[in-house]
Design a protein around this ligand. Structure first.
Ligand SMILES: Cc1cc2nc3c(=O)[nH]c(=O)nc-3n(C[C@H](O)[C@H](O)[C@H](O)COP(=O)(O)OP(=O)(O)OC[C@H]3O[C@@H](n4cnc5c(N)ncnc54)[C@H](O)[C@@H]3O)c2cc1C
Length: 404
C-alpha cells in the first residue's frame, strides 16, 4: 500500500473547508492536511458573496442541525473573532410583521427561536419597533439582540492563516477534475497536477454533488443553484436602516425573504431574492452553462421541485426582471424608500440541495463514504455555523480516518 503525500485532502477553500482544515491542523499536527482550491484565491463563491450576518438561530426547526450548529457556532465565531481581532458588530435584528396577517407567523418564529436558545428575544409593539428602526413599517416585531454582522472574507482569511501556521497547506488554481483510487490512496487529478491523499473531505459548495459523483458516490441529491440579487442603498440613504430588518419568511422555503442588511463596512444592502440560476457560479442574469443546465434538467427531483414551487418561482423571476416589483417588496418594510435611493446591483449564488422527491433540503447534510466525507448541503447559516460544522466533521473524521 502506498503512502500518500497528504493524510487528508479538503476540496474547496470556502469557509467550511477552511474551518475544517484549521481544526484538523490544530488538533492533529502530525497529520498532513491540504486544501485544494480551483480559484486563485480563497472564499470566492458562496462565502465571498454572502450577506455577512451572524445569525442567532431563530428560524430553524428545534433539534435540527441548523438550530444546534447556529447557536453554538455563532458563539464560537464571536470568540474566534475576539481572539483574532476580526471586526464584528452585534447590531441586532428586527423581524417585522407588516400587518396583522403576519403576526401568527411571527409568534411561531418567536417560539422556535426561544426553543432554540436564541438569547434575548423580545416581541415588540409598534412604538419600540420605531425606536429601534424609525423608518421601518410594521405592527409587531421580534427583536434579536444576539444577531450581528461580520465580513466572512476576513473570517476565512483568519482561518486560512491559522491553518497555515499549524502546518496545513493550500494549493490554489487547482480544480479537481477527476479522482482515482490507487494502491490504498486517492489521487485527486487537478488542473495543477495530481495530489495524492489518504482521505477526502468534499467542501466544494456549489459543486459538492459533482465532486461526490466524481468519486463514484451518488449522495442522492443535486445542487440546484439559486441566485440572490440585491441592490445597495446610496450612501446618503443608509440612515434609513440602523441594523438588520427582515420580513416574516415563507416557512416552506429555506430563504429568508428580501431584507435590509447593514454591512460591517457601513453600507446597506437590500435583497436578496432567490431565482433559479442557469449556472452554478453565475452571478449575472445572463450567466448560462450548458453542463450545469443539463445536469439540473436530467434530475427528476428538479422537475418535481418545479411542480411544487412554480408559483413562487414565477414571482421571484418577475421580481428579478421588473425592478419596480423588487423595490415594491422592499417598500413593504421601509415605505419611504424610492427606486432612485438604490444602486450597485450585486448577487450571490446559493447551493441548495434538492432530493429526488423535489424537496428543498432544509437542514445541513453531511454524508460519509469510504475514506471520504461530503458536505452535501451547507446553506445559510453555514457561515455563522462554520466552526460548529467543522467540529462535527472532524469528529466524524476521527472516527473513520486513521488520523495521527
Ligand atoms: C447570497 C447568500 C447569502 C448568505 N448569507 C449568509 C449569512 O448572512 N450568514 C450565514 O451564516 N450564511 C450565509 N450564507 C450561507 C453561507 O455563505 C454558506 O453556508 C457558506 O459560505 C458555505 O461555505 P462552503 O465552504 O460550503 O462553500 P463555498 O464558499 O461555496 O466554497 C466552496 C469552494 O469549493 C471550491 N470548489 C468547488 N469545486 C471545486 C473543485 N472541483 N476543485 C477545487 N475546488 C472546488 C469553490 O471554488 C469554492 O471556493 C449565504 C449564502 C449566500 C449564497
Amino acid at each position: 500500500m502506498g503512502t500518500p503525500k497528504y493524510d487528508i485532502g479538503i476540496i474547496g477553500s470556502g469557509i467550511i473547508g477552511l474551518a475544517t482544515a484549521m481544526r484538523l491542523s490544530h488538533g492533529h499536527p502530525r497529520s498532513k492536511i491540504v486544501v485544494v482550491e480551483k480559484e486563485s484565491q480563497i472564499a470566492q463563491h458562496q462565502t465571498g458573496h454572502n450577506s455577512g450576518v451572524i445569525h442567532a438561530g431563530i428560524y430553524y426547526a428545534p433539534g435540527s442541525q441548523k438550530a444546534n450548529f447556529c447557536s453554538t457556532g455563532g458563539a464560537m465565531l464571536r470568540r474566534f473573532c475576539d481572539q483574532h481581532e476580526v471586526p464584528y458588530e452585534m447590531c441586532g435584528k428586527l423581524i417585522v410583521a407588516v400587518d396583522e396577517s403576519e403576526v401568527p407567523g411571527l409568534e411561531e418564529l418567536f417560539r422556535r427561536g426561544t426553543a432554540n436558545g436564541a438569547d434575548g428575544l423580545e416581541i415588540l409593539g409598534q412604538e419600540r419597533l420605531r425606536e429601534i428602526e424609525p423608518h421601518a413599517a410594521g405592527v409587531k416585531a421580534i427583536w434579536s439582540p444576539n444577531t450581528g454582522i461580520v465580513d466572512y472574507d476576513d473570517v476565512s482569511t483568519a482561518y486560512c492563516d491559522e491553518m497555515r501556521d499549524s502546518g496545513g497547506e493550500l494549493i490554489a488554481d487547482a480544480e479537481v477534475v477527476g479522482t482515482e483510487r490507487r494502491d490504498g490512496t486517492i489521487c485527486l487529478e487537478t488542473t495543477a497536477g495530481d495530489v495524492e491523499v489518504g482521505n477526502v473531505i468534499n467542501c466544494a459548495g456549489l459543486h459538492a454533488d459533482s465532486v461526490a459523483l466524481m468519486m463514484g458516490q451518488d449522495v442522492g441529491v443535486r445542487i440546484i443553484p439559486f441566485r440572490g440579487e440585491y441592490l445597495s442603498l446610496k450612501p446618503e440613504k443608509t440612515h434609513l436602516v440602523n441594523g438588520l430588518i427582515y420580513p416574516v419568511p415563507d416557512p416552506r422555503l429555506p430563504f429568508l425573504g428580501v431584507h435590509f442588511t447593514k454591512r460591517i463596512s457601513g453600507s446597506v444592502e437590500a435583497g436578496p431574492n432567490a431565482v433559479l440560476a442557469r449556472k452554478r457560479e453565475g452571478y449575472s442574469k445572463t450567466s448560462f452553462d450548458w453542463g450545469d443546465t443539463v445536469d439540473a434538467l436530467k434530475f427528476p427531483g428538479f422537475w418535481r421541485m418545479s411542480r411544487k414551487y412554480w408559483k413562487v418561482g414565477i414571482s421571484e423571476q418577475y421580481r428579478s426582471v421588473i425592478r419596480s416589483a423588487f423595490v415594491s417588496s422592499l417598500q413593504t418594510l421601509i415605505p419611504e424608500l424610492q427606486d432612485q435611493d438604490l444602486h450597485q446591483p450585486g448577487a450571490g449564488v446559493r447551493a441548495q440541495a434538492v432530493d429526488a422527491a423535489g424537496n428543498l433540503v432544509q437542514d445541513f447534510s453531511i454524508a460519509q463514504t469510504e475514506n471520504a466525507i461530503h458536505v452535501v448541503n451547507a446553506p445559510s447559516p453555514g457561515a455563522t455555523s462554520s466552526l460548529a460544522i467543522s467540529r462535527y466533521i472532524v469528529d466524524l473524521a476521527k472516527r473513520s480516518f486513521d488520523l495521527n
